[in-house]
Design a binder for this molecule. Structure first.
Ligand code: ATP
Ligand code: MG
Length: 371
């Protein structure tokens, strides 16, 4: 095993995927997997990676290699049986840890110490390694957000600060993937502050990240056992429109829609009266209401465990969103012509039903139409 699985096992953090390193050449990896009755897919065979599937688990198995020449994501690689060389092409010492089947750890770069001290340190000379692939600037802050503690490694930070303009050369897909992990990490706010200080946020987004809002969102999540939410954190820390964010980070349509909903939503507040809350919830929709409440809470001065804000968020549990008791077909059955008129009538009925506190029945609504 190599990389994240070994690092996380050492740190007592959950392991999401197990990557494997091998001295076998890629074709031999495929053959030996198949001989063992496992499916093998040549997913990245040119750079040595074969994906082996066992049950519901996929494992990336990569032949030991060293990068002969790197040009961003794509490297000209040479396969090797030298574990040290394989370690040296990896980004950080804590990511260059290997464990054998019986649990013996091979640590050619001193990554165990760095992992346990929660110190993200470049494998080799930071500047050289960044010039090979500028994504490593962002990964430096991302791994610090996830696994770091305390101050950033000084040499690493200085190199990232000097070379930050190289981030412009990266594809926005790669930036987006790293930003997602960074913003969802427990140290997101601290990392964002460090990125602002290094000028990295300016290069990436033309502005600083709002690390104070990230800090508040994280505190609220922690106090109330809420899972961090990517669209929420993005919308909170970057004053950009949903479309700009979508473009900048190659977000999914669902993520762009979530941010757009949040930008348009009327912010819920515990200062609203009971029926006003219901109106806001009904008009915003459940998912956006929860996000909007979390964001408004973060912008308020209320403590992270505040009962009034928590009560506002709990509205959804106490009051499942009602559905308008009449439909278009009901109106047609009542003699209305299909068309824009009918839509307008339906909306009028809905407004009346909402303003009246969602209590009017189907019969009362239909009676209003014929009246
Ligand atoms: P995560 O839990 O986020 O998946 P990870 O350590 O598995 O953490 P990945 O981005 O999946 O991180 O990369 C897997 C491994 O490949 C890393 O641990 C690192 O050794 C190496 N690696 C990935 N990207 C780079 C890069 N840009 N430069 C150098 N090494 C890299
Ligand atoms: Mg990984």
């Amino acid at each position: 095993m190599v990389g994240g699985a070994v690092r996380n096992a050492l740190l007592g953090e959950p392991v999401h995927e197990v990557d494997i390193a091998t001295t076998l050449a890629p074709e031999a990896t495929m053959r030996s997997a198949q001989a063992a009755g496992l499916k093998a897919h040549p997913t990245g065979i040119d750079h040595g990676t074969v994906t082996i599937v066992s049950g519901n688990n996929a494992f990336e198995v990569t032949t030991l290699r060293h990068d002969v020449e790197t040009h961003g994501r794509h490297a000209t690689v040479a396969f090797t049986d030298d574990w040290q060389a394989d370690a040296a092409r990896r980004d950080f010492t804590m990511n260059a840890l290997y464990a054998s089947l019986d649990g013996e750890i091979f640590d050619p770069l001193g990554g165990i110490g760095d992992a346990l001290c929660r110190n993200v340190r470049f494998a080799g000379d930071a500047e050289t390694r960044i010039r090979e692939d500028f994504l490593r600037v962002l990964r430096f802050f991302r791994f610090h957000a996830q696994y770091g503690d305390g101050a950033l490694d000084e040499a690493g930070l200085a190199a990232c600060t000097r070379l930050k303009d190289g981030l412009n050369k990266l594809s926005r897909e790669r930036v987006g993937q790293e930003m997602k992990k960074l913003l969802l990490a427990k140290g997101a706010a601290q990392a964002a502050g460090l990125m602002n200080g290094a000028g990295v946020s300016q290069v990436l987004f033309g502005r600083d990240l709002d690390d104070a809002v990230l800090e508040r969102l994280a505190a609220i999540d922690a106090a109330n056992a809420l899972s961090p939410d990517y669209p929420l954190r993005l919308a909170g820390c970057l004053a950009m429109s949903a479309d700009e964010l979508g473009e900048s980070l190659r977000l999914s349509n669902a993520e762009v829609r979530a941010i757009a909903g949040l930008r348009d939503a009327m912010p819920p507040s515990p200062a609203l009266r009971d029926n006003e809350r219901k109106v806001v919830l009904y008009q915003t929709g459940a998912e956006t209401f929860t996000r909007a409440a979390r964001l408004a809470w973060a912008h308020s001065n209320a403590p992270a465990g505040d009962a009034a804000w928590l009560g506002l968020m709990k509205l959804l549990e106490e009051w499942p969103l009602p559905a308008l008791p009449v439909t278009g077909s009901d109106l047609i059955a009542a003699g209305l012509e299909p068309g824009p008129e009918l839509g307008a009538t339906l909306r009028r009925l809905e407004d009346w039903w909402v303003a009246g506190g969602f209590v009017a029945t189907r019969e009362e609504l239909l009676a209003k139409v014929s009246a």
